[in-house]
Design a protein around this ligand. Structure first.
Ligand SMILES: [Zn+2]
Length: 255
């Protein structure tokens, strides 16, 4: 989270290069790239974006349409479709000269309210870099401690965690289910995006591609196991998703 924050505004080479690789207009890329830095921070990208605001400087780092620099992003307040906004110049510095807003005439005709920027946003008289501000503290700087505290209070609590980490279940099995729930098992489905391009086949039925859901809920082999288990606890079991597994524990039965 902290390094994601640095990546968004640092002028160091690593940040400039990474931004050019992963930012595409309004969003970050969704496809896999070989970058240990990016793989560790991509889940934090939206969190950092949602909790930061840009203070306008030279406008070189700020995306005029999609960044938070004037309240909510202009693409949202003006209801500009992403495709259309991506066809306009992205950087905020393209929309002013010296200390005056210079919105291109064709854009102003489509969005007349942009003329209000003249009275609403005073541009800095001294040239300085744009500044990214963390909204949730007084200093505006996201320190490692702030990031830790944020994660501590915003970490998603999942109802099944208590069931998995029961002292009655061997830790290796708890870990297996934990990884299954987070979709972190090394199945073909998860290894392929990391560059392991192998033909995928379930080793239980030799018919379908291997995915976590198939291996644990969909494969004919495991369906028979679930049927046997359902007969033991006298329940009907139907799984549309991995989390449906916990409906078993909603009744009187508990692992
Ligand atoms: Zn199978």
């Amino acid at each position: 989270m902290k390094i994601c924050w640095e990546m968004l505004h640092s002028e160091e080479h690593w940040a400039i290069i990474l931004r050019s690789r992963i930012l595409r207009g309004s969003n970050c890329i969704q496809h896999h790239i070989f970058s240990s830095l990016w793989s560790g921070m991509k889940n934090e990208y939206n969190i950092v974006k949602e909790n930061t605001t840009w203070l306008v400087g030279d406008g070189k780092l700020i995306n005029f349409w999609f960044d938070h620099w004037h309240g909510e992003p202009l693409s949202e307040t003006l209801n500009v479709p992403a495709d259309q906004a991506n066809s306009f110049p992205p950087k905020l510095c393209s929309y002013f000269h010296d200390t005056h807003w210079r919105i291109p005439e064709d854009i102003l005709q489509q969005f007349p309210s942009l003329s209000l920027l003249n009275s609403q946003v005073i541009l800095p008289t001294v040239t300085k870099p744009d500044k990214l501000v963390w909204n949730l503290n007084g200093t505006g700087i996201l320190t490692l401690k702030e990031a830790y505290d944020f994660k501590k209070h915003h970490f998603n609590k999942v109802p099944w965690a208590k069931i998995i980490w029961s002292k009655d279940i061997p830790p290796s099995k708890s870990m297996l289910v934990w990884r299954l729930m987070l979709n972190k098992l090394p199945t073909d489905e998860n290894l392929t995006p990391r560059g392991c391009l192998l033909p995928s086949m379930c080793s239980l039925c030799n018919r379908n591609e291997e995915s976590s859901f198939h291996l644990f809920f969909e494969c004919t082999y495991v369906i028979n196991l679930w049927r046997w288990f359902a007969s033991l606890i006298n329940k009907q079991l139907h799984f549309q998703s991995v989390t449906d597994m916990w409906t078993i524990c909603n009744g009187s039965w508990n692992p």
